[in-house]
Ligand binder design. Structure first.
Ligand code: AMO
Length: 435
């Protein structure tokens, strides 16, 4: 007999079916036994009656433990008492894999176990409907974004994650011993995405691992995260990149409810409504924050508290949960960004804040070799040591720009989770190396 998924049981009323899954709950009373079974599509009450269910499976039900994998042959029938409106009358029961007791974590909706222990036992944790829903939503976010890139003429690339170049200022690299030679874990695909715009694809994107050797202990930093990086050629300036991001987010928010309706309901998540994302310069943002007692030197970035306060101000002023902050000081941005010709103290750059947390940053890139080399030198880098990068600009490079998102941060913010670790199956931070 073929396996029937729990969500399809209503189509098989009064017919014998085979269902398989994990035991979510069970109740053994002397004459009646209830097992709530869960598979990837949902959960369902099954019931065995003394005298009606054959003796062997009826007695076997006494041996069941929570989270065991079992197979049930039974008949779905209508039931007023069941919260599903139906229940499955058990005819036969097989224990495929018996779970040991006690379970190392509480994965019921009571949520009695803290996040660290849950991550230690993530494979049990993700069986909880709420936890599982986070990752199903995340998976749909990837699907929608991927389709959007594809529709807009982007080519998906996979760039090396072991590299000899680290170009992101302010983010340290992990060293790898590569047969006795030093290499780094990629701190972004920056060079490679530019390489293949210039390599003729014009538009590329990559969704992949990014590594940062930052000893940050916050609810939004990890040492390994999933970057959604893209790069586009033949732009006029960084505003074209922001226009693209705005369209991409509108598309995501429009399509996600239909793609993940059940999961969003399980999580009680409400998505933002969004049309136009306001754009304000860092200087203007600092001016807005000043009356609130936050002041910054000209060449400083906003701190986390300033970003949060700005998020609230923007919501009040523009009724938007998103804001682009633009024109960052050259002093705090990577050397590869294009300086503003009118004010070379700032670059053609932006960050996207979502409810007061940075989820994306991007810019126009310097595509003129001499200017690129001069900017590297100005930042104390030796262009000769980055020959593979510099060569890109010697043989025909269009004006180009792009941005990088943290997929974990998008999920974290969109679902309003307490901690970025809730949005990552197996997070890595300065303390966590397992599982
Ligand atoms: P940046 O360093 O700002 O830019 O990173 C881009 C985005 O990645 C996410 N992010 C992180 N997420 C979790 N943990 C971290 N430690 C972490 N660090 C960054 C954030 C951030 O906005 N090459 C540029 C992008 C570009 O210009 O195209 C870059 O890497 O969401």
């Amino acid at each position: 007999m073929e396996r029937t998924l729990i969500r399809d049981l209503k189509q098989h009323l009064n017919q014998e079916v085979k269902i398989q899954g994990w035991v979510q709950e069970f109740r053994n009373v002397s004459k009646i036994k209830f097992i709530i079974l869960r598979d990837r599509s949902g959960d369902m009450q099954t019931v065995a009656f003394k005298g009606e269910t054959p003796e062997e499976p009826f007695n076997l039900a006494n041996e069941i433990t929570r989270e065991s994998v079992v197979e049930i042959i039974g008949v779905p029938v209508e039931s007023k008492e069941s919260r599903w409106g139906i229940e499955v009358k058990v005819k036969d029961l097989k224990i495929i894999s018996k779970a040991q007791t006690p379970l190392p974590i509480d994965n019921s909706d009571k949520g009695l176990t803290g996040i660290e222990k849950r991550i230690d036992n993530r494979f049990l944790d993700t069986r909880n409907a709420k936890v599982g829903s986070i990752f199903k939503v995340r998976s749909k976010i990837v699907k929608i974004i991927t389709n959007f890139f594809d529709d807009q003429g982007f080519t998906n690339i996979n760039s090396p994650k072991m590299t000899a170049l680290g170009v992101e200022s302010g983010a340290d690299c992990f060293r790898v011993d590569y047969f006795g030679k030093p290499m780094f874990l990629a701190q972004s695909p920056q060079v490679y995405k530019q390489m293949f715009v210039i390599g003729g694809f014009e538009r590329v994107y990559e969704i992949g691992a990014v590594f940062r050797a930052e000893k940050s202990h916050t609810t939004r930093h990890l040492t390994e995260f999933t970057g959604v990086d893209f790069e586009m050629g033949f732009i006029n300036n960084h505003h074209d990149v922001m226009d693209f991001i705005e369209a991409m987010f509108n598309d995501l928010i429009a399509k996600l409810p239909a793609e993940a309706q059940k999961e969003l309901t399980t999580l009680g998540a409400t998505l933002p409504s969004m049309v136009k994302i306001p754009r304000i310069s860092v200087q203007a943002a600092k001016d807005l924050l000043k009356p609130l007692g936050k002041s910054y030197p000209d060449e400083d970035d906003l701190d986390a508290e300033g970003e949060r306060m700005l998020g609230e101000l923007i919501k009040e002023k523009y009724n938007s949960e998103f804001v682009f902050i633009t024109e960052f000081p050259w002093a705090i941005k990577p050397f590869y960004q294009t300086k503003d010709e009118k004010n070379p103290k700032v670059t053609k750059s932006f960050d996207l804040l979502y409810n007061g947390v940075e989820i994306c940053s991007g810019s126009q890139r310097e595509h003129r070799y001499e200017v690129w080399a001069a900017q590297a030198t100005e930042k104390g880098l030796d262009p000769e040591l980055m020959k593979e990068y510099g060569d890109l600009f010697k043989y025909g490079a269009p004006l180009h720009g792009g941005a990088g998102f943290g997929l974990d941060r998008i999920t974290h913010r969109l679902l309003k989770l307490d901690n970025i670790r809730e949005a990552v199956l197996l997070p890595r931070d300065p303390e966590r190396m397992k599982p």
